[in-house]
Design a protein around this ligand. Sequence first.
Ligand code: SR1
Ligand code: MG
Length: 403
Amino acid sequence: MAVYKTFQPQDALAYAVAHTSLFEGLDPTTLSCSEIGDGNLNLVFKVSHPGGASAIVKQALPYARCVGESWPLTLDRARIEAEAMLIESELCPALVPTIYHYDAGMAVTIMEDLSDHVILRQAMVAGEHFPRLIDDMARFLADTLFFTSDLYLDQQQKKARVAQFINPELCKITEDLFFLDPYCDHERNNVYPGFETRAAALWHNEALKGEVAELKFRFLTEAQALLHGDVHAGSIFVRQDSTKVIDAEFAYYGPMGFDIGSFIGNMLLNFCGQWGLMAAEEQRNAYRSGLLESIDQLWSGFAERFSEHLSQSTRDPSLNTLRWQSRLLRAIWQDTLGYAGCELIRRTVGLAHVKDLDSITDEQRRLQAAEQALILGEALVLQRHELDNMADVLAMLVDKVRY
Ligand code: SR1
Ligand code: MG
């Protein structure tokens, strides 16, 4: 196994040349490489040739990039990411970038360059719409969650997969950032000036903390399916005709609703953020209505496809009962709402913010959008057992948020 060394651009370039056939026959001096990563954890290099050949070289750092060396982090996340993406690409080949090479020792993955796509978060902040996104994400979620679970895999194979994806350090980040920090006066929290009292109200909301404890316990203990583990709008690349899910380093076996809820939470963060992002009221209302329709379509698309898998592909006869399967879908629904709520809350007052709120320039509007995110987050966590369907959720949402 190769010995780890943190790459400089020239190292990433030489590595891509040596480990893929993409640049074969090209003069290496005509290739260029730059570091383009703006995520929280890793280095991301783009290697390209003026003639069009290109690749992304992603390398894990032995610490969290957004914090620095004071937050050490396992390099094993690069192996987990590559192996999870390989499974995802077997299940949904069109929805994941092609992996050309990975090396656990160097903590490096070389993958398809998606420069002809844009990061969903940036596009949604700009109020853009992508016609394929929702159907693609419903498919990605239904297929990856069903076909990596006990509903489909042989029980020996499933247990081997759980072991393969034991991911304690990355899970710890989620356990802390989602379920701990926002509910206490944690030094990692990042609270907008003027929002301190509102954030502090979370620390004393015992009903909310009780429900978050339940969601955390399920995150800790429910090894239902191989999760992507970080399905936020920065982990998705989009084009009008294409969707690609990237960044699976948080993958582990957990509750299915966590992935679905993370995605819905990010759509709702954009819904809240548009309060301060899109100035024209009529345009904003139309865009926000479109987002709510998309959330409805996402859940119904997921539930329809997942139910088809349940009825056609459940392999274990003892799990093949309609009575239990409808209970399972209900539990996934309730988890989905709860984890969506947690995502809204942690992105508003926790360490890792989102541009949907942070880039609002009018301070008053930013605080109002943050307030909307907390109101929705709290309601989703607290009411997830009473909200029977998406119509109930949307009615609650319109009722709670200035709209
Ligand atoms: C220190 S990592 C902060 C956040 O970035 C990742 O993408 C995850 O969402 C994590 O919670
Ligand atoms: Mg990421």
